[in-house]
Design a protein around this ligand. Sequence first.
Ligand SMILES: Nc1ncnc2c1ncn2[C@@H]1O[C@H](COP(=O)(O)OP(=O)(O)OP(=O)(O)O)[C@@H](O)[C@H]1O
Ligand SMILES: [Mg+2]
Length: 390
Amino acid sequence: MDATRNPYSPGPGLAPPALAGREDDLRAFDTILGRAEHGLASSPLMLVGLRGVGKTVLLRAFRQRAEAAGWHALSLEGETGAGAEARVAARTARELDLLSLKFRRRRGRAGFARALASIETFSVNAGVTGAGLTVASRPKAPEAFDFELRLFEVVDCLADRLMRDRAGLAVFVDEFQDLPPVAAGALVGVQHAASQRGWPFYVIGAGLPNLPSVLARLRSYTERYAYRTIGRLDDAAASAAVVGPAERLGVEIADGAARLMVAEARGYPFFLQTFAYEAWLAGADDRIEPDDAEVAISRGYDALEGFFSARWDRATRAEREVLRAMAEQAPAPSPVTALAARLGKPVGSLGPPRRSLIDKGLVYVPERGRLDFTALGMADWITRQDPPTR
Ligand SMILES: Nc1ncnc2c1ncn2[C@@H]1O[C@H](COP(=O)(O)OP(=O)(O)OP(=O)(O)O)[C@@H](O)[C@H]1O
Ligand SMILES: [Mg+2]
């Protein structure tokens, strides 16, 4: 059928035509918004889950709901590598700068003057001069920039006005586990200080399953955060994700066809979108039959080949050895000691590839001394490779 009308959206961060099975999570976020209306605080909410389960699209749905409720929102994304800290500081400055432009345009600017000045100070100190800034200044060295103090000042200067408006300020952070420690510490530190003072400032995050331990190492009070595990969809939600969008466009998916795709995707949203996208292309005359679903699953796996092989290609030879040993050890998270034994190497020698695999986001530490893949199905894919690429 016509590709231009294909509603399905396989791909990182692409909004699905139906956000299925996340009603409880949306309700949890609405509760935060509702409590703020009554001047009541809530714990920060953090979404954790493996690659491709739908964290980013859910985080974005939260942001839309917050803005619809009259809140102000900033969006940040964790990143690693050289210069990450300065880039995240600059991104924060830019987001704040956009906020200050919004305040400047608004009628009834009263109460924002101090906030505007504090945002300007943040930007100048972070070495960024943006569209809303009035002072041109030489960028300071990043180490002179106190992220937490500057952010605290901004929130401090905004709090009264926000409370009068019954609005909140929320920072939405994707890939939170990769946020440089200085930025992550600043966000959770300011959130902590704000909640003690009753200020409506919230950090809402999404990340891989190691996020709780990353944050707990920074500040122990993050153990009390509301972590929500985002996982596979149950069959009813998976079916709704596949059937609903076609139906709304007058296309019927035969029961048998939907069942095949739902069974093959095992509740994994990224796979569901991939199969349903291909099924739409394979169908004809506004119908998708079981035969079309069979074709779609096969083409879907071809499409997913790129998803897995791109991850494999990013690994060095030494890292691939570890990945293969993990695949052999699957499905449980592999104890690093067992991996070393399997490879006939001392445990210590696994340190560098382990570190770089974590940095590349290919594996994570579900619990001390263990490793697991961040993408569902990666172990199966590695096992299927022929000949073995060790
Ligand atoms: N609730 C849902 N119902 C249907 N499809 C969904 C749902 N959530 C996500 N998807 C689809 O799954 C795919 C992955 O979503 P998303 O990029 O948000 O995952 P993620 O958890 O952020 O992955 P990553 O860890 O790789 O960033 C997208 O194609 C998206 O459209
Ligand atoms: Mg994501």
